[in-house]
Design a protein around this ligand. Sequence first.
Ligand code: NAD
Length: 541
Amino acid sequence: MNHSISKIPEPINEPIKSYKPNSEEVKEVFEAYDRLNEKIVNIPIRINEKQIYTEQTKTISPPHDHQHIIGKYAIASSEIVQKAIEGCLEAKEQWSVLPWEHRAAVFMKAATLISGPYRAKINAATMLGQSKNLFQAEIDSACELIDFFNFNAYFLEQIYKNQPKSSSGVWNTLEYRPLEGFVYAITPFNFTAIAGNLPAAAVLMGNVCVWKPSDSQVYSANVIMEILEEAGLPKGVINMVTGDAELITNQILSHPEFSGLHFTGSTHVFKNLWAKIGERIFQYKSYPRIVGETGGKDYVWVHNSASVDEVVAALIRGAFEYQGQKCSAASRAYLPKSQWEGIKKQLEIEIATIRIGSPRDQSNFMNAVIHQKAFNKLKDTIERVKESDDATILIGGTYDDTTGYFISPTVILAKSPDFITMREELFGPVLTIYIYDDSQWRESLEWVKSASEYALTGAIFAKDRVLINEISAILSDSAGNFYINDKPTGAVVGQQPFGGGRASGTNDKAGSMYNLLRWVSPRTVKENFNPPSDYRYPFLG
Ligand code: NAD
Protein backbone atom coordinates (compact mmCIF):
# COMPACT_ATOMS: atom_id res chain seq x y z
CA MET A 1 0.00 0.00 0.00
CA ASN A 2 1.42 3.38 -1.01
CA HIS A 3 0.79 6.07 1.61
CA SER A 4 2.97 8.80 0.09
CA ILE A 5 1.48 12.13 -0.98
CA SER A 6 2.29 12.29 -4.66
CA LYS A 7 3.24 15.43 -6.50
CA ILE A 8 2.67 15.87 -10.24
CA PRO A 9 5.73 17.49 -11.85
CA GLU A 10 5.05 21.07 -12.91
CA PRO A 11 4.53 20.78 -16.68
CA ILE A 12 6.32 22.80 -19.34
CA ASN A 13 4.89 23.23 -22.82
CA GLU A 14 6.21 20.71 -25.31
CA PRO A 15 8.92 22.37 -27.44
CA ILE A 16 7.91 22.60 -31.11
CA LYS A 17 10.35 20.85 -33.45
CA SER A 18 11.61 23.12 -36.20
CA TYR A 19 11.59 20.51 -39.01
CA LYS A 20 14.24 22.19 -41.13
CA PRO A 21 14.14 20.73 -44.67
CA ASN A 22 16.25 17.55 -45.05
CA SER A 23 16.72 17.14 -41.29
CA GLU A 24 16.46 13.72 -39.60
CA GLU A 25 13.20 14.72 -37.89
CA VAL A 26 11.61 15.56 -41.25
CA LYS A 27 12.82 12.28 -42.74
CA GLU A 28 11.25 10.36 -39.87
CA VAL A 29 7.81 11.95 -40.34
CA PHE A 30 7.82 11.57 -44.13
CA GLU A 31 8.85 7.92 -43.81
CA ALA A 32 5.86 7.36 -41.50
CA TYR A 33 3.67 9.31 -43.95
CA ASP A 34 4.77 7.15 -46.90
CA ARG A 35 4.29 3.93 -44.93
CA LEU A 36 0.74 4.91 -43.94
CA ASN A 37 -0.07 6.23 -47.39
CA GLU A 38 0.67 2.84 -48.96
CA LYS A 39 -1.67 0.86 -46.72
CA ILE A 40 -5.40 0.64 -46.13
CA VAL A 41 -5.99 0.64 -42.38
CA ASN A 42 -9.10 -1.13 -41.15
CA ILE A 43 -10.35 0.87 -38.15
CA PRO A 44 -12.54 -0.96 -35.64
CA ILE A 45 -15.01 0.23 -33.05
CA ARG A 46 -13.41 -0.35 -29.65
CA ILE A 47 -15.61 -1.64 -26.85
CA ASN A 48 -13.85 -2.95 -23.76
CA GLU A 49 -11.78 -6.01 -24.78
CA LYS A 50 -13.28 -6.15 -28.26
CA GLN A 51 -12.29 -4.55 -31.54
CA ILE A 52 -15.42 -4.70 -33.66
CA TYR A 53 -15.13 -4.76 -37.46
CA THR A 54 -18.51 -4.29 -39.13
CA GLU A 55 -19.64 -5.42 -42.53
CA GLN A 56 -20.72 -1.91 -43.39
CA THR A 57 -17.74 0.48 -43.57
CA LYS A 58 -16.82 3.91 -44.91
CA THR A 59 -13.56 4.70 -46.66
CA ILE A 60 -11.02 7.35 -45.70
CA SER A 61 -9.06 9.38 -48.28
CA PRO A 62 -6.62 12.26 -47.81
CA PRO A 63 -8.45 15.53 -48.60
CA HIS A 64 -5.51 16.50 -50.85
CA ASP A 65 -5.73 13.21 -52.79
CA HIS A 66 -9.38 12.24 -52.64
CA GLN A 67 -9.25 9.28 -55.04
CA HIS A 68 -6.64 7.49 -52.97
CA ILE A 69 -7.90 5.27 -50.13
CA ILE A 70 -5.89 4.98 -46.90
CA GLY A 71 -8.42 3.42 -44.58
CA LYS A 72 -11.91 2.29 -43.80
CA TYR A 73 -13.81 2.43 -40.55
CA ALA A 74 -16.64 0.51 -38.93
CA ILE A 75 -20.24 1.74 -38.77
CA ALA A 76 -22.01 1.16 -35.46
CA SER A 77 -25.48 -0.35 -35.19
CA SER A 78 -27.85 0.35 -32.27
CA GLU A 79 -26.74 -2.88 -30.58
CA ILE A 80 -23.12 -1.81 -30.78
CA VAL A 81 -23.91 1.60 -29.27
CA GLN A 82 -25.76 -0.12 -26.43
CA LYS A 83 -22.75 -2.35 -25.80
CA ALA A 84 -20.45 0.68 -25.78
CA ILE A 85 -22.53 2.30 -23.01
CA GLU A 86 -22.85 -0.86 -20.94
CA GLY A 87 -19.17 -1.65 -21.46
CA CYS A 88 -17.95 1.66 -20.12
CA LEU A 89 -20.32 1.53 -17.14
CA GLU A 90 -18.79 -1.86 -16.35
CA ALA A 91 -15.25 -0.46 -16.64
CA LYS A 92 -16.21 2.38 -14.29
CA GLU A 93 -16.35 0.08 -11.28
CA GLN A 94 -12.56 -0.27 -11.27
CA TRP A 95 -11.56 3.00 -12.92
CA SER A 96 -13.44 5.36 -10.61
CA VAL A 97 -11.86 3.85 -7.49
CA LEU A 98 -8.34 3.66 -8.88
CA PRO A 99 -6.01 5.97 -6.88
CA TRP A 100 -5.78 9.27 -8.76
CA GLU A 101 -2.04 8.98 -9.24
CA HIS A 102 -2.64 5.97 -11.48
CA ARG A 103 -5.15 7.86 -13.59
CA ALA A 104 -2.74 10.76 -13.95
CA ALA A 105 0.08 8.34 -14.78
CA VAL A 106 -1.82 6.94 -17.78
CA PHE A 107 -1.99 10.38 -19.39
CA MET A 108 1.53 11.42 -18.42
CA LYS A 109 2.78 8.20 -20.00
CA ALA A 110 0.63 8.84 -23.11
CA ALA A 111 2.22 12.31 -23.35
CA THR A 112 5.68 10.73 -23.16
CA LEU A 113 4.77 8.24 -25.88
CA ILE A 114 3.55 11.01 -28.18
CA SER A 115 6.64 13.08 -27.46
CA GLY A 116 8.86 10.12 -28.42
CA PRO A 117 7.99 6.91 -30.28
CA TYR A 118 4.55 7.96 -31.56
CA ARG A 119 5.36 11.52 -32.59
CA ALA A 120 6.08 10.78 -36.24
CA LYS A 121 3.08 8.46 -36.55
CA ILE A 122 0.48 10.77 -35.05
CA ASN A 123 1.82 13.73 -37.04
CA ALA A 124 1.82 11.68 -40.26
CA ALA A 125 -1.73 10.44 -39.57
CA THR A 126 -2.92 14.02 -39.04
CA MET A 127 -1.14 15.22 -42.21
CA LEU A 128 -2.75 12.46 -44.26
CA GLY A 129 -6.23 12.27 -42.77
CA GLN A 130 -6.83 15.98 -42.11
CA SER A 131 -4.49 17.55 -44.69
CA LYS A 132 -2.26 19.49 -42.32
CA ASN A 133 1.28 20.46 -43.23
CA LEU A 134 4.08 19.20 -41.03
CA PHE A 135 4.20 22.31 -38.85
CA GLN A 136 0.41 22.45 -38.35
CA ALA A 137 0.37 18.74 -37.46
CA GLU A 138 3.27 19.19 -35.03
CA ILE A 139 1.64 22.05 -33.08
CA ASP A 140 -1.65 20.15 -32.93
CA SER A 141 -1.31 16.36 -32.73
CA ALA A 142 2.07 16.33 -31.01
CA CYS A 143 2.57 19.47 -28.91
CA GLU A 144 -0.99 20.43 -27.98
CA LEU A 145 -2.07 16.88 -27.18
CA ILE A 146 1.04 16.33 -25.04
CA ASP A 147 0.29 19.60 -23.25
CA PHE A 148 -3.35 18.69 -22.65
CA PHE A 149 -2.33 15.40 -21.05
CA ASN A 150 0.50 16.80 -18.90
CA PHE A 151 -1.22 20.01 -17.80
CA ASN A 152 -4.52 18.28 -17.03
CA ALA A 153 -2.70 15.80 -14.77
CA TYR A 154 -1.17 18.79 -12.97
CA PHE A 155 -4.54 20.61 -12.70
CA LEU A 156 -6.08 17.42 -11.30
CA GLU A 157 -3.68 17.58 -8.36
CA GLN A 158 -4.42 21.31 -7.85
CA ILE A 159 -8.15 20.59 -7.78
CA TYR A 160 -7.87 17.70 -5.35
CA LYS A 161 -5.58 19.78 -3.10
CA ASN A 162 -8.19 22.53 -2.87
CA GLN A 163 -9.89 21.78 0.45
CA PRO A 164 -12.21 23.80 2.72
CA LYS A 165 -11.33 25.30 6.10
CA SER A 166 -12.09 23.33 9.26
CA SER A 167 -13.00 24.88 12.62
CA SER A 168 -11.80 23.42 15.92
CA GLY A 169 -12.98 19.87 16.51
CA VAL A 170 -14.24 19.51 12.95
CA TRP A 171 -12.62 18.14 9.80
CA ASN A 172 -14.11 19.21 6.45
CA THR A 173 -13.20 17.55 3.18
CA LEU A 174 -14.23 17.91 -0.44
CA GLU A 175 -14.26 14.62 -2.30
CA TYR A 176 -14.03 15.24 -6.03
CA ARG A 177 -16.22 12.37 -7.22
CA PRO A 178 -16.66 11.65 -10.91
CA LEU A 179 -20.17 12.15 -12.28
CA GLU A 180 -22.56 9.26 -11.87
CA GLY A 181 -23.15 7.38 -15.14
CA PHE A 182 -21.02 8.07 -18.23
CA VAL A 183 -19.85 11.03 -20.32
CA TYR A 184 -20.34 11.35 -24.09
CA ALA A 185 -17.58 13.09 -26.09
CA ILE A 186 -18.28 14.31 -29.65
CA THR A 187 -15.24 15.76 -31.37
CA PRO A 188 -14.53 17.85 -34.50
CA PHE A 189 -12.29 17.14 -37.48
CA ASN A 190 -9.95 20.06 -37.21
CA PHE A 191 -7.72 19.29 -34.21
CA THR A 192 -6.34 15.89 -33.27
CA ALA A 193 -5.49 17.40 -29.88
CA ILE A 194 -9.11 18.44 -29.20
CA ALA A 195 -10.29 14.99 -30.27
CA GLY A 196 -7.94 13.38 -27.76
CA ASN A 197 -8.59 15.87 -24.99
CA LEU A 198 -12.38 15.75 -24.88
CA PRO A 199 -12.75 12.13 -23.79
CA ALA A 200 -9.47 12.26 -21.82
CA ALA A 201 -10.38 15.29 -19.66
CA ALA A 202 -13.53 13.58 -18.38
CA VAL A 203 -11.80 10.23 -17.92
CA LEU A 204 -8.86 11.71 -16.04
CA MET A 205 -11.34 12.89 -13.38
CA GLY A 206 -12.55 9.30 -12.86
CA ASN A 207 -15.38 9.19 -15.42
CA VAL A 208 -15.87 6.74 -18.25
CA CYS A 209 -16.69 7.88 -21.74
CA VAL A 210 -18.21 6.91 -25.07
CA TRP A 211 -16.29 8.84 -27.73
CA LYS A 212 -17.60 9.60 -31.21
CA PRO A 213 -14.89 11.19 -33.33
CA SER A 214 -15.66 13.12 -36.51
CA ASP A 215 -15.89 11.01 -39.71
CA SER A 216 -13.08 13.22 -41.05
CA GLN A 217 -10.73 12.56 -38.13
CA VAL A 218 -11.24 8.83 -37.51
CA TYR A 219 -7.83 8.12 -39.02
CA SER A 220 -5.80 9.93 -36.33
CA ALA A 221 -8.42 9.09 -33.65
CA ASN A 222 -7.44 5.45 -34.12
CA VAL A 223 -3.81 6.35 -33.36
CA ILE A 224 -4.91 8.14 -30.16
CA MET A 225 -6.67 4.97 -29.00
CA GLU A 226 -3.57 2.93 -29.80
CA ILE A 227 -1.44 5.30 -27.70
CA LEU A 228 -3.86 5.33 -24.74
CA GLU A 229 -3.95 1.54 -24.69
CA GLU A 230 -0.16 1.42 -24.83
CA ALA A 231 -0.12 3.90 -21.92
CA GLY A 232 -2.17 1.50 -19.80
CA LEU A 233 -5.69 2.93 -20.05
CA PRO A 234 -7.90 0.02 -19.00
CA LYS A 235 -10.17 -1.28 -21.74
CA GLY A 236 -13.67 0.17 -21.69
CA VAL A 237 -12.78 3.46 -19.95
CA ILE A 238 -13.02 5.11 -23.37
CA ASN A 239 -15.11 3.24 -25.93
CA MET A 240 -14.63 4.70 -29.39
CA VAL A 241 -17.69 4.37 -31.61
CA THR A 242 -17.84 5.46 -35.25
CA GLY A 243 -20.68 5.73 -37.75
CA ASP A 244 -23.90 7.65 -38.18
CA ALA A 245 -23.70 10.66 -35.85
CA GLU A 246 -27.45 10.96 -35.33
CA LEU A 247 -28.10 7.29 -34.72
CA ILE A 248 -25.27 7.03 -32.18
CA THR A 249 -26.17 10.30 -30.48
CA ASN A 250 -29.92 9.72 -30.22
CA GLN A 251 -29.32 6.43 -28.50
CA ILE A 252 -26.71 7.76 -26.11
CA LEU A 253 -28.74 10.83 -25.16
CA SER A 254 -31.72 8.58 -24.38
CA HIS A 255 -29.85 6.57 -21.76
CA PRO A 256 -30.78 7.36 -18.13
CA GLU A 257 -27.10 7.16 -17.06
CA PHE A 258 -25.99 9.83 -19.56
CA SER A 259 -24.38 12.43 -17.30
CA GLY A 260 -22.37 14.81 -19.46
CA LEU A 261 -21.71 15.99 -23.01
CA HIS A 262 -18.21 17.14 -23.95
CA PHE A 263 -18.63 18.62 -27.40
CA THR A 264 -16.58 20.66 -29.85
CA GLY A 265 -17.96 21.43 -33.29
CA SER A 266 -20.39 23.73 -35.01
CA THR A 267 -22.94 25.92 -33.23
CA HIS A 268 -25.93 24.52 -35.07
CA VAL A 269 -25.14 20.91 -34.09
CA PHE A 270 -24.50 21.89 -30.47
CA LYS A 271 -27.75 23.82 -30.13
CA ASN A 272 -29.65 20.79 -31.46
CA LEU A 273 -27.89 18.52 -28.99
CA TRP A 274 -28.77 20.88 -26.13
CA ALA A 275 -32.42 20.82 -27.24
CA LYS A 276 -32.41 17.00 -27.38
CA ILE A 277 -30.98 16.81 -23.87
CA GLY A 278 -33.68 19.26 -22.72
CA GLU A 279 -36.40 17.10 -24.24
CA ARG A 280 -35.11 14.06 -22.35
CA ILE A 281 -34.45 15.78 -19.02
CA PHE A 282 -37.06 13.76 -17.10
CA GLN A 283 -35.38 10.51 -18.16
CA TYR A 284 -31.99 11.17 -16.59
CA LYS A 285 -30.71 10.18 -13.18
CA SER A 286 -28.86 13.52 -12.81
CA TYR A 287 -28.77 16.87 -14.60
CA PRO A 288 -26.24 16.29 -17.39
CA ARG A 289 -23.26 18.63 -17.63
CA ILE A 290 -23.21 20.27 -21.06
CA VAL A 291 -19.86 21.62 -22.24
CA GLY A 292 -19.57 22.80 -25.83
CA GLU A 293 -17.01 24.88 -27.70
CA THR A 294 -18.46 25.89 -31.05
CA GLY A 295 -18.19 28.25 -34.02
CA GLY A 296 -16.49 31.60 -34.46
CA LYS A 297 -16.32 34.65 -36.68
CA ASP A 298 -13.03 35.91 -35.39
CA TYR A 299 -11.87 39.44 -36.00
CA VAL A 300 -8.78 41.56 -36.40
CA TRP A 301 -9.32 45.26 -35.69
CA VAL A 302 -6.52 47.65 -36.59
CA HIS A 303 -5.87 51.19 -35.38
CA ASN A 304 -3.90 53.57 -37.56
CA SER A 305 -1.01 53.51 -35.08
CA ALA A 306 -0.32 49.81 -35.83
CA SER A 307 2.65 48.48 -37.79
CA VAL A 308 1.71 47.40 -41.33
CA ASP A 309 4.15 44.46 -41.36
CA GLU A 310 2.83 43.10 -38.08
CA VAL A 311 -0.78 43.41 -39.25
CA VAL A 312 -0.07 41.68 -42.57
CA ALA A 313 1.77 38.77 -40.91
CA ALA A 314 -1.08 38.33 -38.41
CA LEU A 315 -3.73 38.43 -41.14
CA ILE A 316 -1.96 35.86 -43.31
CA ARG A 317 -1.13 33.44 -40.51
CA GLY A 318 -4.46 34.04 -38.76
CA ALA A 319 -6.63 33.61 -41.85
CA PHE A 320 -4.85 31.04 -43.98
CA GLU A 321 -2.94 28.60 -41.77
CA TYR A 322 -4.64 25.22 -41.91
CA GLN A 323 -6.78 26.67 -44.72
CA GLY A 324 -8.67 28.89 -42.27
CA GLN A 325 -10.16 25.78 -40.64
CA LYS A 326 -9.33 26.79 -37.10
CA CYS A 327 -12.25 27.87 -34.96
CA SER A 328 -10.08 30.87 -34.06
CA ALA A 329 -9.13 31.77 -37.66
CA ALA A 330 -9.21 35.47 -38.57
CA SER A 331 -12.12 35.79 -40.98
CA ARG A 332 -13.08 39.45 -40.76
CA ALA A 333 -10.80 42.48 -40.51
CA TYR A 334 -11.51 46.17 -39.91
CA LEU A 335 -8.72 48.34 -41.27
CA PRO A 336 -8.22 52.13 -41.18
CA LYS A 337 -8.38 53.94 -44.52
CA SER A 338 -5.07 55.72 -43.96
CA GLN A 339 -3.24 52.37 -43.77
CA TRP A 340 -5.18 50.50 -46.39
CA GLU A 341 -2.94 51.12 -49.41
CA GLY A 342 0.15 49.93 -47.50
CA ILE A 343 -1.59 46.83 -46.12
CA LYS A 344 -3.15 45.96 -49.48
CA LYS A 345 0.14 46.15 -51.34
CA GLN A 346 1.86 44.02 -48.76
CA LEU A 347 -0.97 41.46 -48.68
CA GLU A 348 -0.84 41.08 -52.47
CA ILE A 349 2.93 40.59 -52.45
CA GLU A 350 2.94 38.11 -49.56
CA ILE A 351 -0.09 36.04 -50.56
CA ALA A 352 1.39 35.59 -54.04
CA THR A 353 4.24 33.64 -52.37
CA ILE A 354 1.93 31.10 -50.69
CA ARG A 355 2.12 27.60 -52.14
CA ILE A 356 -0.81 25.20 -51.93
CA GLY A 357 -0.79 21.42 -52.34
CA SER A 358 -0.08 18.14 -50.60
CA PRO A 359 1.47 18.20 -47.09
CA ARG A 360 4.02 15.71 -48.50
CA ASP A 361 5.67 18.72 -50.19
CA GLN A 362 7.23 20.72 -47.37
CA SER A 363 7.13 24.00 -49.25
CA ASN A 364 3.32 24.10 -49.19
CA PHE A 365 2.05 26.60 -46.62
CA MET A 366 -1.55 25.56 -47.35
CA ASN A 367 -3.16 22.22 -48.10
CA ALA A 368 -6.68 21.00 -48.92
CA VAL A 369 -9.94 21.81 -47.14
CA ILE A 370 -11.44 18.85 -45.35
CA HIS A 371 -14.08 17.43 -47.72
CA GLN A 372 -16.25 17.95 -50.79
CA LYS A 373 -19.04 19.59 -48.78
CA ALA A 374 -16.66 22.20 -47.36
CA PHE A 375 -15.14 22.75 -50.82
CA ASN A 376 -18.59 23.24 -52.40
CA LYS A 377 -19.70 25.67 -49.70
CA LEU A 378 -16.58 27.79 -50.17
CA LYS A 379 -16.80 27.64 -53.96
CA ASP A 380 -20.47 28.73 -53.89
CA THR A 381 -19.70 31.60 -51.53
CA ILE A 382 -16.85 32.79 -53.75
CA GLU A 383 -19.12 32.65 -56.81
CA ARG A 384 -21.85 34.61 -55.01
CA VAL A 385 -19.34 37.28 -54.00
CA LYS A 386 -18.17 37.56 -57.61
CA GLU A 387 -21.75 38.34 -58.62
CA SER A 388 -22.47 40.69 -55.71
CA ASP A 389 -22.43 44.50 -55.96
CA ASP A 390 -21.65 44.76 -52.25
CA ALA A 391 -18.20 43.21 -52.31
CA THR A 392 -15.29 42.36 -54.57
CA ILE A 393 -12.68 39.65 -54.56
CA LEU A 394 -9.35 41.34 -54.12
CA ILE A 395 -7.04 38.31 -53.99
CA GLY A 396 -7.58 34.64 -54.88
CA GLY A 397 -11.11 33.40 -55.49
CA THR A 398 -9.92 30.35 -57.41
CA TYR A 399 -10.44 26.68 -56.59
CA ASP A 400 -9.76 23.22 -57.97
CA ASP A 401 -10.98 19.84 -56.77
CA THR A 402 -9.48 17.65 -59.48
CA THR A 403 -7.05 15.89 -57.14
CA GLY A 404 -7.71 17.48 -53.76
CA TYR A 405 -10.07 20.08 -52.32
CA PHE A 406 -7.92 23.14 -52.94
CA ILE A 407 -9.13 26.71 -52.41
CA SER A 408 -6.69 29.56 -52.93
CA PRO A 409 -6.22 32.10 -50.12
CA THR A 410 -9.00 34.57 -50.80
CA VAL A 411 -9.42 38.17 -49.67
CA ILE A 412 -12.80 39.84 -50.07
CA LEU A 413 -13.29 43.58 -49.81
CA ALA A 414 -16.75 44.35 -48.40
CA LYS A 415 -18.53 47.64 -49.04
CA SER A 416 -20.51 47.43 -45.82
CA PRO A 417 -19.57 46.12 -42.36
CA ASP A 418 -22.56 43.76 -42.35
CA PHE A 419 -21.84 42.02 -45.64
CA ILE A 420 -22.66 38.31 -45.26
CA THR A 421 -19.03 37.12 -45.17
CA MET A 422 -18.38 39.61 -42.32
CA ARG A 423 -21.07 37.85 -40.28
CA GLU A 424 -21.22 34.11 -41.02
CA GLU A 425 -18.66 31.43 -40.28
CA LEU A 426 -17.26 29.95 -43.51
CA PHE A 427 -14.51 27.77 -42.12
CA GLY A 428 -12.10 28.12 -45.02
CA PRO A 429 -9.27 30.33 -46.33
CA VAL A 430 -11.45 33.39 -46.87
CA LEU A 431 -10.78 36.72 -45.19
CA THR A 432 -13.20 39.63 -45.57
CA ILE A 433 -11.94 43.17 -45.03
CA TYR A 434 -13.89 46.31 -44.32
CA ILE A 435 -12.14 49.67 -44.58
CA TYR A 436 -13.30 52.26 -42.08
CA ASP A 437 -12.67 55.97 -42.12
CA ASP A 438 -10.02 56.74 -39.44
CA SER A 439 -12.34 59.23 -37.76
CA GLN A 440 -14.96 56.46 -37.34
CA TRP A 441 -12.78 54.18 -35.23
CA ARG A 442 -15.15 54.19 -32.26
CA GLU A 443 -18.13 53.39 -34.45
CA SER A 444 -16.20 50.60 -36.15
CA LEU A 445 -15.82 48.90 -32.77
CA GLU A 446 -19.61 48.76 -32.50
CA TRP A 447 -19.66 46.86 -35.82
CA VAL A 448 -17.04 44.45 -34.47
CA LYS A 449 -19.26 43.83 -31.44
CA SER A 450 -22.53 43.32 -33.23
CA ALA A 451 -21.77 41.88 -36.69
CA SER A 452 -21.91 38.23 -35.71
CA GLU A 453 -23.58 35.93 -33.18
CA TYR A 454 -20.18 34.56 -32.11
CA ALA A 455 -17.67 35.63 -29.46
CA LEU A 456 -14.70 33.28 -29.76
CA THR A 457 -11.46 35.09 -30.59
CA GLY A 458 -10.54 38.61 -31.59
CA ALA A 459 -7.38 40.67 -32.02
CA ILE A 460 -6.61 44.37 -31.94
CA PHE A 461 -3.53 46.15 -33.21
CA ALA A 462 -2.70 49.54 -31.67
CA LYS A 463 0.16 51.28 -29.81
CA ASP A 464 -1.17 53.74 -27.25
CA ARG A 465 -1.88 52.11 -23.86
CA VAL A 466 -4.83 54.37 -22.99
CA LEU A 467 -6.38 53.50 -26.32
CA ILE A 468 -5.69 49.77 -25.88
CA ASN A 469 -7.35 49.88 -22.47
CA GLU A 470 -10.39 51.67 -23.85
CA ILE A 471 -10.78 49.30 -26.83
CA SER A 472 -10.33 46.23 -24.62
CA ALA A 473 -13.19 47.43 -22.43
CA ILE A 474 -15.48 48.20 -25.38
CA LEU A 475 -14.84 44.75 -26.87
CA SER A 476 -15.03 42.95 -23.53
CA ASP A 477 -17.85 40.54 -24.45
CA SER A 478 -16.90 40.08 -28.10
CA ALA A 479 -14.34 37.31 -27.58
CA GLY A 480 -13.42 34.68 -24.99
CA ASN A 481 -9.80 34.84 -26.20
CA PHE A 482 -8.66 38.40 -26.85
CA TYR A 483 -5.29 39.24 -28.41
CA ILE A 484 -3.42 42.52 -28.28
CA ASN A 485 -0.97 42.97 -31.15
CA ASP A 486 -1.07 39.29 -32.07
CA LYS A 487 -3.00 37.00 -34.41
CA PRO A 488 -6.21 35.50 -32.96
CA THR A 489 -5.11 31.87 -33.39
CA GLY A 490 -2.62 29.57 -31.66
CA ALA A 491 -3.79 29.37 -28.03
CA VAL A 492 -1.32 27.37 -25.93
CA VAL A 493 -2.45 24.97 -23.17
CA GLY A 494 -1.64 26.36 -19.72
CA GLN A 495 -0.98 29.82 -21.17
CA GLN A 496 -4.18 30.93 -22.93
CA PRO A 497 -7.11 28.78 -21.69
CA PHE A 498 -9.44 28.52 -24.66
CA GLY A 499 -13.15 29.13 -25.21
CA GLY A 500 -15.73 31.71 -26.17
CA GLY A 501 -19.13 33.02 -25.21
CA ARG A 502 -22.42 33.81 -27.01
CA ALA A 503 -22.96 31.29 -29.86
CA SER A 504 -19.29 30.21 -29.59
CA GLY A 505 -19.80 27.97 -26.61
CA THR A 506 -20.16 27.50 -22.89
CA ASN A 507 -16.68 29.00 -22.38
CA ASP A 508 -15.45 26.26 -20.07
CA LYS A 509 -11.86 26.88 -21.12
CA ALA A 510 -10.25 23.77 -22.53
CA GLY A 511 -6.74 23.28 -21.19
CA SER A 512 -7.50 24.65 -17.75
CA MET A 513 -8.80 23.44 -14.41
CA TYR A 514 -12.16 25.17 -15.09
CA ASN A 515 -12.90 22.53 -17.70
CA LEU A 516 -11.89 19.66 -15.43
CA LEU A 517 -14.20 20.97 -12.71
CA ARG A 518 -17.16 20.28 -14.99
CA TRP A 519 -16.43 16.55 -14.79
CA VAL A 520 -16.65 16.20 -11.02
CA SER A 521 -19.51 16.28 -8.57
CA PRO A 522 -17.91 17.12 -5.22
CA ARG A 523 -19.11 15.52 -2.01
CA THR A 524 -18.65 17.67 1.11
CA VAL A 525 -17.79 15.61 4.14
CA LYS A 526 -17.93 17.08 7.66
CA GLU A 527 -16.58 14.95 10.45
CA ASN A 528 -17.24 16.07 14.02
CA PHE A 529 -14.59 15.03 16.56
CA ASN A 530 -16.68 16.35 19.44
CA PRO A 531 -20.39 15.88 18.70
CA PRO A 532 -22.82 17.61 21.15
CA SER A 533 -24.52 15.30 23.61
CA ASP A 534 -27.31 17.72 24.67
CA TYR A 535 -29.72 19.39 22.21
CA ARG A 536 -30.01 22.61 24.35
CA TYR A 537 -28.03 25.67 23.27
CA PRO A 538 -26.47 27.86 26.01
CA PHE A 539 -28.77 30.80 25.13
CA LEU A 540 -31.72 28.79 26.45
CA GLY A 541 -30.29 29.33 29.94
P1 NAD B 1 -19.45 19.56 -36.96
O1 NAD B 1 -20.40 20.27 -36.07
O2 NAD B 1 -19.86 19.28 -38.35
O3 NAD B 1 -19.06 18.14 -36.31
C1 NAD B 1 -18.58 18.06 -34.99
C2 NAD B 1 -18.95 16.70 -34.44
O4 NAD B 1 -20.37 16.63 -34.33
C3 NAD B 1 -18.53 15.54 -35.34
O5 NAD B 1 -18.11 14.45 -34.56
C4 NAD B 1 -19.81 15.20 -36.07
O6 NAD B 1 -19.89 13.87 -36.52
C5 NAD B 1 -20.83 15.47 -34.98
N1 NAD B 1 -22.20 15.70 -35.50
C6 NAD B 1 -22.55 16.30 -36.65
N2 NAD B 1 -23.89 16.31 -36.77
C7 NAD B 1 -24.37 15.69 -35.68
C8 NAD B 1 -25.68 15.38 -35.22
N3 NAD B 1 -26.75 15.70 -35.92
N4 NAD B 1 -25.81 14.73 -34.04
C9 NAD B 1 -24.72 14.40 -33.31
N5 NAD B 1 -23.46 14.68 -33.69
C10 NAD B 1 -23.28 15.31 -34.85
O7 NAD B 1 -18.09 20.39 -36.91
P2 NAD B 1 -16.71 20.10 -37.67
O8 NAD B 1 -16.92 20.42 -39.11
O9 NAD B 1 -16.14 18.80 -37.30
O10 NAD B 1 -15.79 21.21 -37.01
C11 NAD B 1 -15.86 22.55 -37.39
C12 NAD B 1 -16.69 23.36 -36.42
O11 NAD B 1 -16.19 23.19 -35.10
C13 NAD B 1 -16.59 24.86 -36.70
O12 NAD B 1 -17.85 25.44 -36.50
C14 NAD B 1 -15.58 25.33 -35.66
O13 NAD B 1 -15.69 26.70 -35.35
C15 NAD B 1 -15.90 24.45 -34.51
N6 NAD B 1 -14.78 24.32 -33.59
C16 NAD B 1 -14.81 25.04 -32.45
C17 NAD B 1 -13.75 24.97 -31.57
C18 NAD B 1 -13.76 25.77 -30.29
O14 NAD B 1 -12.94 25.51 -29.43
N7 NAD B 1 -14.67 26.72 -30.14
C19 NAD B 1 -12.65 24.16 -31.85
C20 NAD B 1 -12.66 23.42 -33.03
C21 NAD B 1 -13.73 23.51 -33.91
